[in-house]
Design a protein around this ligand. Structure first.
Ligand SMILES: C[S@@+](CC[C@H](N)C(=O)[O-])C[C@H]1O[C@@H](n2cnc3c(N)ncnc32)[C@H](O)[C@@H]1O
Length: 298
């Protein structure tokens, strides 16, 4: 069998099941034969082995049962970096780049002012948020090392899921970013930790499960872990818990970044007002001009 026949066969089997059948077939085919997509166009006559065809067949079948492409090729791009993903972690979304961007701005400003910084990413999943932040901060400070500036960022990341932490550790190693990964229920276990009451500026990032029961019915998310998506009746169960933990911990100085669903804007602001009165709150919009990020200054 040639690339072209496998390609046509894959497309034929997917066209009624996927709205992106053509692209899906290309991506799966090039993944299985371990060649860039351009190779498919320039060498359609090349033969593929029976083993490769069997593998393509398996992946096309899974795709037709709505398995996301990212799981089928075990990778997802995020903020220009490549992350290993599997069914135990949420597939990183483009809208989550906003939390990374805003946290980077804050960390750079704090470091310019020679403050020590501790970043804790809660619900880290694939580790995409702290790894990307670490990577960008690291390259920023190594490129300005001629001016004598040195990054003083310490990174921790938590998740309740052990399999997710395993993937996150792998990604951190791959991108050579030093992160302490901990299995925790949100900030639980940090209650009396000196980390939170040190002289350092504390930055917390969290993209916690925030979908409602109704949103959970969406077809495209069925293969992703429920534990990564479902945020209780109004989607704010975990954020409420986290705000209550922060109220108990009372860190000396902290900036907290929370990704939300745009519809939660008002409700989360009133929760913050109730649980953490007197804190400064700002809402940022994503590229689609939707309220996506809450920034709390404690
Ligand atoms: C929406 S996913 C986000 C993953 C990743 N941060 C991202 O942006 O792609 C939420 C993550 O929170 C984790 N999680 C759920 N409940 C948690 C809890 N109580 N404590 C810590 N992590 C939790 C899930 O396992 C999942 O990895």
């Amino acid at each position: 069998m040639t690339i072209q026949t496998a390609w046509q066969w894959g497309y034929k089997n997917l066209q009624k099941k996927s709205t992106s059948a053509s692209l899906d077939t290309e991506v799966l085919l090039s993944f299985v034969i371990k060649k860039p997509k351009e190779f498919l166009y320039t060498h359609p006559e090349k033969k593929i082995t029976a083993r490769q065809f069997k593998k393509i067949n398996q992946k096309i079948k899974l795709r037709s049962k709505n398995w996301p492409i990212a799981y089928l090729i075990s990778r997802q791009g995020f903020y220009g970096l490549d992350f290993l993903v599997d069914k135990n972690v949420l597939i990183p979304r483009p809208e989550t780049e906003l939390i990374v961007e805003e946290a980077i701005k804050t960390i750079k400003a704090a470091e310019e002012n020679k403050q020590k910084i501790i970043l804790i990413d809660i619900g880290t999943g694939s580790g995409c948020i702290p790894i990307t932040i670490g990577k960008k901060i690291h390259s920023h400070f190594s490129s300005s090392s001629a001016s004598g500036k040195k990054s003083v960022l310490k990174i921790l990341a938590t998740d309740i899921s052990s399999p997710a932490l395993k993937i996150a550790r792998h990604n951190a190693q791959k991108h050579k970013i030093k992160i302490q990964f901990l299995k925790r229920n949100l900030l639980g276990g940090f209650l009396n930790s000196p980390i939170l009451n040190s002289q350092s500026t504390l930055i917390i990032t969290a993209n916690l499960p925030y979908l409602t029961a109704k949103q959970m019915r969406e077809k495209t998310i069925q293969k992703e872990p429920r534990q990564a998506l479902f945020g209780g009746k109004d989607g704010l169960y975990y954020y409420q818990q986290l705000l209550e933990q922060l109220n108990k911990i009372k860190p000396a100085q902290a900036i907290v970044f929370l990704e939300i669903d745009p519809a939660q804007n008002k409700k989360i602001q009133s929760l913050i007002k109730k649980i953490l009165p007197g804190t400064q709150v700002e809402i940022k919009k994503d590229l689609a001009k939707k309220d996506r990020l809450v920034i709390i200054k404690i």
